[in-house]
Ligand binder design. Structure first.
Ligand SMILES: Cc1cc2nc3c(=O)[nH]c(=O)nc-3n(C[C@H](O)[C@H](O)[C@H](O)COP(=O)(O)OP(=O)(O)OC[C@H]3O[C@@H](n4cnc5c(N)ncnc54)[C@H](O)[C@@H]3O)c2cc1C
Length: 456
């Protein structure tokens, strides 16, 4: 019987589900799995993307933790593929690798002024409020009026976090620096802009509804956006999700407004044109072209140019994958080119032996956590059936990779280390009646995980 030594790079939901599915799958060989992540803590975007005021979704970590706690997967945190460990290293110690490295950076929005001071990517801000160790601790929340560009759930998360009163986040796991930063924010108005109409948004109803439940925040909608064309009417009549979204928006239109100290404006039919600068190179306004329906569910420009004064702008126009050293990469879509999870050679239909992909790096940054499970099933099917494609490692022992990381002085963290950090964070939360308070600095995360003392 063969034994498959498998490396999985990326301990987000995609990587963990892939490990779980393989271990439970019917197969005629043994498996031993090592799971690597560049961060000292597992769970990827569930920990560092999902908003802190979404405890139900954050709770998915419990299911992921159960998989890790079963004890048949070794975890190596704080190990970056590309620097701490390379593809050649993996070929020496494993029969195959699955990349589950997700998509962690912002997609570009190519308009003039997008690089001005005060213009940010949603991914950076999300990383900040979720306590990601690799972004600065202090976020410049100095704007009274803010534009958020995008009509998907990340735009909703960003605008909700900007508009929400920080006291209403105290029950969540937000780190102390995030609470203090939000408390100092002078924001009064958050403007969300989408290129298309209310019947074409990518929001999901549950997440949209939440906006209207914010304490002391008025929802502001504009009548001009609700003169539906036939395509929009048809979408509302035939698509349940669009119908619910329309209902939510229509209810908000009927609400009395004017008493709240903060406002969240939804602007539709607004195509981004430019971020306007002040004399010091800072964001001063958002300029857009009013669009109108093109009768086919899309929009066309009307030539009418408008400007809204804002002092900060956040683009929430999607995430994008990053290339991995030695692994084919599709620059246009930000993914590893693949057929059902089998990596393909650049510009060809030929499979790269031993290299697989799953999750957002396989499929692109769309879809919910649950979708990474079906993704993983497809990829694992090919791992199981692809024995002839596996590598022939010179040292497949479990000790081999440990020695390699030790030789290189990589301060890796393991599953016991994660348990220590997890418990430490929960203890930090206890006196404040909170489930946890996240530890943010990477060196502290590593030290706590490795049982070393934390520098004061
Ligand atoms: C802001 C935001 C909010 C979201 N909210 C929800 C929600 O409410 N509900 C929902 O169902 N879905 C939500 N999603 C979607 C969900 O997060 C994704 O579907 C899911 O996380 C994708 O899983 P993944 O494992 O492919 O990628 P990720 O979760 O990104 O995991 C990838 C892992 O790979 C690691 N990695 C990357 N590069 C390297 C490297 N070079 N070496 C080692 N490790 C590496 C990363 O550190 C990370 O841990 C949200 C996404 C975002 C961006």
């Amino acid at each position: 019987m063969t034994k498959l030594r498998l490396a999985i790079v990326g301990a987000g939901p995609a990587g963990i589900y892939a490990a779980d599915i393989l271990l439970k799958a019917e197969r005629n060989f043994d498996v031993s799995i090592d799971l690597f992540d560049r961060l000292p803590a597992p769970y990827g975007l569930v920990r560092y993307g999902v908003a802190p005021d979404h405890p139900r979704i954050k709770g998915i970590v419990n299911a992921l933790r159960d998989v890790l706690d079963r004890g048949d997967i070794r975890v190596f945190g704080n190990v970056n593929f590309g620097t701490d460990i390379t593809l050649d290293d993996l070929k020496k110690h494993y029969h195959a690798v699955i990349f589950a490295t997700g998509a962690v950076r912002d997609a570009d929005l190519d308009i003039p002024g997008i690089d001005l001071k005060g213009s940010y990517g949603a991914a950076e801000f999300v990383s900040w409020f979720d306590g990601h160790p690799d972004v600065p601790r202090i976020w410049p929340l100095e704007a009274q009026s803010i534009a958020v560009i995008g009509n998907g759930n990340v735009a909703l998360d960003v605008s909700r976090m900007l508009a929400k009163h920080p006291e209403d986040l105290l029950s969540t796991e937000i780190p102390e620096n995030v609470y203090e930063g939000l408390k100092a924010s002078p924001v009064t108005d958050v403007h969300v802009f989408g290129r298309r109409g209310p019947a074409q948004v990518k929001f999901t109803p549950l997440e949209l509804r939440e906006l209207g439940e914010l304490n002391d925040v008025d929802m502001i909608l504009y009548d001009e956006d609700f003169d539906y064309d036939e395509a929009s009417k048809a979408a509302i009549a035939t698509n349940k999700q669009v119908m619910v979204i329309d209902k939510v928006l229509q209810k908000w239109r009927e609400r009395e407004v004017g008493t709240a100290s903060r406002r969240l404006h939804l602007h539709f039919y607004a195509k981004p044109l430019e971020v306007v600068s002040d004399d010091e190179g800072r964001v001063a306004a958002f300029r857009y072209e009013r669009t109108k329906p093109d009768a086919e569910g899309g929009v066309v420009g009307t030539g009418e140019i408008r400007e809204v004064p804002v002092q900060a702008i956040y683009r929430a126009v999607g995430y994008f994958g990053s290339p991995l050293e030695g692994v084919p990469f599709d620059k246009r879509h930000g993914v590893i080119p693949n057929r059902e999870g089998m990596a393909l050679k650049k510009g060809s239909n030929d499979v790269v032996p031993g290299v697989y992909a799953t999750g957002w790096i396989k499929r692109g940054p769309v879809g919910l956590i649950g979708h990474t499970k079906s993704d993983a099933m497809e990829t694992i099917k090919h791992v199981i059936n692809g024995e002839s494609n596996w590598w022939t490692p010179v040292d497949p022992t479990e000790q081999g990779v440990v020695d390699l990381l030790d030789e290189r002085g990589v301060a890796y963290t393991d599953l016991d280390g994660w348990h220590s950090l997890d418990q430490h964070e929960m203890k930090l939360g206890e006196p404040h009646g909170r489930a946890r308070i996240k530890v943010v600095p990477r060196e502290d995360m590593v030290a706590i995980s490795r049982g070393e003392s934390v520098e004061a």
